[in-house]
Design a protein around this ligand. Sequence first.
Ligand code: SDX
Length: 383
Amino acid sequence: MQDSSIKVYKGLEGVYVAESDICLVDGQNGKLYYRGYSIEDLAERSSYEEVCYLLLHGRLPNKTELESFKDEMREDRDLPKGVLDIIKHLAGRAHPMDIMRTAVSALPAYDKEAYDNNEGANIRKSMRIISKAASIVAAIYRFEQGEDYIEPDYELSHAANFLYMLKGEKPTDEQSRLMDRELILHAEHSSNASTFSCLVTASTLADIYAAVTAGIATLKGPLHGGADEAALKLIIAIGRKENVSSYIQNMLKNKQKIMGFGHRVYKTYDPRAKIIKEDLLNIEKKANTRIKRLIEVVLEVERETINNLSGKGIYPNMDLFSGIVYQYLGVPSNLFTPIFAASRTVGWCAHIIEYMQSSKLIRPLELYKGKRDLKYIDIDSRA
Ligand code: SDX
């Protein structure tokens, strides 16, 4: 094929890499479906555990199935001592995403099914990864604060137990519900960069732990999962509603990306952002002055940026608002992306399992533009 007839798709923009039944991201209409169910219905009526069952098994569970799925996930919450030692040693020395990536990659050492790639083993390992990922994030926080690890509470829901292991006190129903909705909204999003990393790793027939480790590494970047932490930093840097216009105009003049805005697929409002914004407006009434100020500024940033960028199809994505909900729940900003990762473990695992059913090594081409057939000159003869 002649070079001139070859088209390079930078960033794989617009390229379909697989067929899937898991998730539809309708970027033109701002709609999102997990296994055919709208994100609005799931956020309103489901739970993170039920969404995990749906994503892994392809359908909603009946009562008995859900209860036994929840029981199995509860049993998987505990962390091996060796993993706790790793987390304790690294806490405060590296970003929580790096510690989480390292801790997850150590889990196979304690899983006798670690390298068994059959579907049943992969579903059981997925549940262990999902449950343990939340415990890992909580443990990172505790050790970073110089506090002791808190053993899981096997009575609480996944979201409530995470908050309990984080703070050492049982969360209110409102706090548990807010965290559960955040976990549902972050659970899955088709072939985003971190999920694609998982697929590339899984396509070599590496195990699911290796693939999820690749997903965590990829999610960290500020153009992807790291945008939630970056967006809050921006809101705090702006400080006051009155500063928004000049701050945003300056960023745009300097061609800076405004964190929490834009999306490769959504060219309209991210439906998840709409749901989180609703939660923010509900929180606003009872929040403290600091949170109220953050909400006031983020709403002005939303208005100003939409005014300037909606013409380019750039609207808020969920990372614009999620950080303020987490702050209301007492979660520090360096844990935002680890929580995103802990939630997304189910989406990653669902795609890994689906891809492995008809796996094909992912190995794209590069259009070579370098030199050829250069003459090798011995080192002594080189200038
Ligand atoms: C997530 O893919 C997923 O599904 C991801 C995710 C998931 O659930 O897994 O939804 C989670 O990652 C959400 C996105 C979080 N990232 C951010 O908020 C970071 C800020 N956003 C941008 O970096 C950007 O919008 C991306 C990376 C998200 C998407 O960028 P693209 O599709 O590669 O587009 P681009 O960078 O080439 O931008 C196209 C134009 C450029 O302007 P021109 O050079 O054409 O004049 O739009 C501009 C960009 O400068 N632009 C922005 C902007 N995003 C794009 N300008 C200002 N601020 C922004 N945020």
